[in-house]
Design a protein around this ligand. Sequence first.
Ligand code: FE2
Ligand code: FE2
Length: 146
Amino acid sequence: MNQRIENDHKALHSALKQIDVAFDEVPDFATFKDWKIELLWLLRDFLNQLQKHFDLEESGGFNDELSRIAPHLLAQVEHLEEEHLKIVSDLTHILDILKTVNRPDSGKMERGRLRVEALTAFIRTHESAEHAIIQEAYLRDLGVGD
Ligand SMILES: [Fe+2]
Ligand SMILES: [Fe+2]
């Protein structure tokens, strides 16, 4: 399998773990602003990482190769590409909301936290569906998938 994609999936997995603990210790009022900047930058770097990952899958020839090896999976590959759009727009929206939070104890803060949690779960489901498609395509390519 494409080594670059595989490495990129590993990097994505580590980033997800970092995001998992990002809200573990929300600070008090005194340090909230510094904490918030770190959180925004972490999520913004993650957004950039995701977009580059999706570039690689969509434009790096990887999805084309998948569709060529396993044309019957084309609809599923297209569905994954649509999910990329949802992930990017959700995360952009979450960032816009979190940016306006000024108090650690606000309801907006809690909703932001829950949405990040839901998004990371969605990305993990997406990645495992993608993994299953890759497995099926390459097994079939080797002639053992039928
Ligand atoms: Fe993907
Ligand atoms: Fe992926």
